[in-house]
Design a protein around this ligand. Structure first.
Ligand code: SF4
Length: 256
């Protein structure tokens, strides 16, 4: 089926039965596998997994989706500032599953202008400049990519920090044109994720063993101590309430 093209701000209505299911809240009682099966059955090749290759959640979801449908889609945002460990893992996963990974790049002209005006390391100057960098390197490429989809899958979990407490298992993503956003492991604990990794021998980012629970861009991630908040190593110089890249920041009331 041809992909439905819409402008960035145009609402893309979901089918009535899909909308009703999301609004009913029934998804909260489903397992991660059941949610992914529902997503693949309803959206086919118009749903894709967002995997950062810097946290185990995306990798276990990739494994589950591949078991349900080997043709299921996965993408990663290559900001141009990722560590080599992440690139190595992307190719390892690609080879292991014999699966294409869609690598999405930022607009070169936008990056050149930003770097010319504010420098290569602008993110350390202020929250605003850090958010500008995330917008140019992550949010805008993601918006472009999602404008061709009807649904996406994320590895968000509620206990990952103050900004993620209200994550629903399935929600309407009004920030991306009203498509569906599936967060199948929203209610999982970190130890449940690790159990899946061990039980299924999932390859994960090698920087986890060096103290990085979450690996993002190289200049914005660092190792943390055993008692620190799991996201303490991301944009560690900022207040915890601003530590999001904008990808998962939605309009108030968009969640179900
Ligand atoms: S995480 Fe850091 S380097 Fe990566 S896009 Fe955001 S500010 Fe830029």
């Amino acid at each position: 089926m041809a992909l439905q093209m819409v402008s960035e701000n145009q609402e893309k209505p979901l089918k009535d039965n899909v909308l009703e299911f999301i609004e009913s809240g029934e998804a909260e009682s489903l397992s991660a596998l059941e949610i992914l099966t529902w997503g693949i059955e309803n959206f086919g090749n118009r749903i894709a997994l967002s995997c950062s290759f810097g946290a185990p959640e995306g990798l276990i979801l990739l494994d589950m989706m591949h078991r349900i449908d080997p043709a299921s889609r996965v993408f990663v945002l290559d900001t141009g500032r990722l560590p080599q460990a992440t690139f190595d893992l992307i190719d390892r996963v690609r080879d292991h599953y014999d699966k294409p990974v869609e690598v999405i790049f930022p607009d070169a002209e936008r990056v050149q202008t930003m770097v010319r005006d504010d420098g290569l390391n602008l993110f350390y100057d202020s929250v605003e400049k850090r958010q500008l960098c995330c917008r140019v390197r992550k949010v805008e490429p993601l918006n472009r990519y999602l404008s061709e989809l009807d649904a996406w899958v994320t590895g968000l979990r509620r206990d990952q920090g103050s900004t993620r407490k209200g994550t629903a298992k399935i929600e309407i993503d009004r920030a991306h044109g009203g498509i569906a956003k599936l967060n199948p492991v929203a209610d999982w604990s970190h130890s449940q994720v690790l159990d899946y990794v061990l039980d299924n021998q999932i390859s994960v980012n090698r920087l986890h063993t060096a103290g990085y629970p979450s690996v993002g861009c190289d200049p914005c991630s660092r190792a943390i101590g055993p008692d620190d908040d799991p996201r303490a190593g991301r944009w560690w110089w900022e207040n915890p309430d601003t530590r999001e890249c904008g990808i998962h920041t939605e309009e108030k009331g968009s969640g179900i």
